[in-house]
Design a protein around this ligand. Sequence first.
Ligand code: FAD
Length: 402
Amino acid sequence: MTHPLLIIGAGLAGWQSVREFRKLDSTTPITLVTADAGDFYAKPTLSNAFGQKRGPAQLVTTPAASIAQTLNVTLLPHTTVSAIDTAAQLVQTSTGPLAYRDLVLATGARAIRVPLAGDAAEQVLSVNSLDDFGVFHQRLSALGEAGPNIRVSIMGAGLIGCEFANDLAGAGYAVTVIDPSERPLAALLPPPASVQLQAALSGLSVQWQLGATVQVVNSQAGALSLTLSNGQTLAADIVLSAVGLRADTSLAQAAGIACERGILVDRQLQTSAAHVWALGDGAQYASAASPGAPTGRTLPYVMPIMAAAKVLAANLCGTPAALEFAAMPVAIKTPALPIVAHPPAPGHLGEWVEQVLGEWWFAAADAPERAHGFVLTGTHTSKRMALVKQLQAVVAPVVSAT
Ligand SMILES: Cc1cc2nc3c(=O)[nH]c(=O)nc-3n(C[C@H](O)[C@H](O)[C@H](O)COP(=O)(O)OP(=O)(O)OC[C@H]3O[C@@H](n4cnc5c(N)ncnc54)[C@H](O)[C@@H]3O)c2cc1C
């Protein structure tokens, strides 16, 4: 009997792997096992749903049963994989063992939770899945119509924190963002771009507590009281933690598969175990190696998954293919100030050079005539394609505005 191609995870990485595989092979049996319901949704829509008045049900683009039927997949929803036996080519699940011909780990990442004191620390929410969004949406809706009387505190001024701040403030909520950095999106943007973003979000009445962290969350008079590291206290009705994600390597690690910050995969997307592959937020790609990350990087974004799924499908169908990432800028969904960022790969020493206000190029110290990354804001985001072409050619001269 031929065992199926077994995929764990029904996020973009799982479903996109199936789509690409089915383009090449319509008959090999595929089983997709997932802890959630398996419905297909675009995860990036979670952080701009309130502005569009969309709840969790409206975010599902294809129900699980329908996508499974179209792609001829045996779907096992609400089923958790607890162990992998790579020698026997078998996984243990909450409903029994499953044998595989090849196994794809598309198990994603987990929201990082910082330790918090206080009797309401457990009420702090994170949103990294449709189910998480369902809980967040339900708690917020239970507080009444969106309005400045409903206070949302967001821990983290990174990409997801800023996107939620824009979405929730735009929908009318009173939003405060708390972050240990002195400016929003500090890891991604040059300081003047952060200043622009902070001003644009402040224009939507977003309040800031920068250079501070949340230490204690207590319940107080039917709401929440936050004590910050700078000694201030804040009242909130709901607290969203958006302090980052960590690749979920637990299953792979327990099975003896090599992991670092993510599940290590080579350029073919193969893990250290035969017949086991990985992609998506859980993977650490050798194809994304750079001087500062010689064993590769995790790339928790949509575009790397689209590229990886194609290469994975070819390899699973017996056509050897190697993954090469093209330049993949990230569009940050802050309509108050649209931003497109392509940070330099880790290890490139250099500095941001302002071309005009709204356009920055990263000039590497060892090759200052070249741009190794860029950030565009506002109307300058229209130059995205032109800059991607220049990056790919790696011949972009950096011209200082001063
Ligand atoms: C709010 C938000 C906004 C974003 N916006 C953008 C954006 O604008 N642009 C962009 O490029 N990227 C964005 N991203 C990132 C992007 O959405 C992710 O990179 C991508 O969706 C990850 O897909 P994935 O399939 O790897 O992981 P996931 O979607 O996390 O899927 C993991 C799957 O594995 C299953 N699973 C895990 N463990 C087990 C187990 N043991 N047994 C069974 N099933 C298991 C889960 O149930 C789930 O189905 C955003 C992310 C968030 C959270």
